[in-house]
Design a protein around this ligand. Structure first.
Ligand SMILES: [Zn+2]
Length: 331
């Protein structure tokens, strides 16, 4: 989650009104068996010394991006972005989407799972989480007196990153009707730079994206309510999230704590209904103490279960048509 007080709050336009037409309890499909290392191992590795806190523009961040791409390759999933060859033409797929912002450049990492329905596979649900954090930079830290100490970002956002990897594994084992695009955004901490680049140049038309689910800081549930920011969703997506949490008996609450502060904002700006899941802020946020040993692994796994339920329902049910429009200003 990005730090609010340093970066200016971005204005966003209200979503084009969309009318919910159905409200049914979604089916929760059984999950694939757990990965050998599991979510806890992924969080620990992502927040470990190998990636040095994953600060955008650093070698640790680059290594994390390659690690993520290799995980998709191991699942047999293709890259989500067009590879541009020397001729200027597109000639294949890559896991990386490079971008250059005013202050920082980076690379989103993405892959996709082809939907199982012969017609609906042309439509997409996007599942996203930022993978960058602060590394050794005190710039956005809340303990700047600790200077260049390593801030590993286990909750922010190794937790969401590991959750998306686990969702990819489960969804690839049993693809839903629509296709699912999995994307790890870079440079979120610098002001949603990676998701902005994605929304300005999505690898598929924005009109083909029915819904976006964001996961940011999902590792500290600890018996509290799961917080759902629905401020950028439409009534259909909000009802869908409510029915999934009720069906799974996961206590959940609407919250605007992350409104405007994570990557789902950028999807609202291209008129895609978007929700964000979080377990909320805590006293280790943007500090050196956001470490893997403080992650609530059963809570994180439960949030992945909910996310899987939401994605499967979103990838199957009817959605009201939304007009494609963008209110992201080019810089
Ligand atoms: Zn953050």
């Amino acid at each position: 989650m990005r730090f609010q007080h340093i970066l200016p709050r971005r204005a966003w336009l209200p979503l084009i009104a969309a009318v919910a037409c159905r409200s049914t309890t979604p089916e929760i499909a059984p999950s694939a068996p757990p990965a050998p290392g599991g979510i806890a191992a992924d969080v620990a590795y992502l927040a470990g010394p190998a990636f040095a806190g994953r600060e955008a523009g650093t070698p640790g961040n680059d290594s994390a991006a390659v690690f993520l791409a290799r995980r998709y390759q191991a699942l047999g999933l293709q890259g989500a972005f067009p590879e541009i060859c020397e001729t200027g033409a597109s000639c294949g797929a890559t896991y990386f989407q490079y971008f250059k912002g005013q202050e920082i450049g980076g690379h989103n990492v993405g892959s996709y799972i082809r939907g199982s329905d012969p017609d609906l596979y042309r439509q997409f649900v996007v599942v996203g989480a930022h993978f960058d954090h602060l590394g050794r930079s005190p710039r956005f830290a809340l303990d700047p007196d600790l200077l260049s100490s390593l801030r590993p970002g286990a909750d922010d956002n190794a937790s969401g990153t590991a959750a998306v990897l686990e969702l990819a594994r489960r969804l690839a084992a049993n693809p839903p009707a629509r296709s699912v695009l999995l994307v790890h955004f870079d440079a979120e901490e610098w002001g949603l730079i990676g998701s902005r680049a994605f929304a300005l140049r999505p690898p598929i038309p924005a009109s083909a994206i029915v819904f976006m689910l964001n996961l940011d800081m999902v590792g500290r549930l600890r018996g509290h309510d799961l917080l759902i920011d629905g401020s950028m969703g439409d009534s259909t997506s909000r009802a869908l999230a409510d029915s999934v949490t009720k069906a799974m008996k996961v206590p959940a609450a609407r919250s605007s704590a992350s409104a405007g502060r994570s990557d789902h904002v950028m999807f609202a700006l291209i008129s895609v209904p978007a929700l964000s899941l979080t377990s909320g802020f805590h006293s280790d946020y943007h500090r050196v103490t956001d470490v893997a040993s403080r992650i609530d692994v059963p809570g994180l796994t439960r949030i992945v279960d909910v996310a899987e339920g939401i994605v499967r329902a979103a990838a199957t049910r009817n959605w009201p048509a939304h007009q494609s429009s963008s209110s992201i200003s080019p810089r």
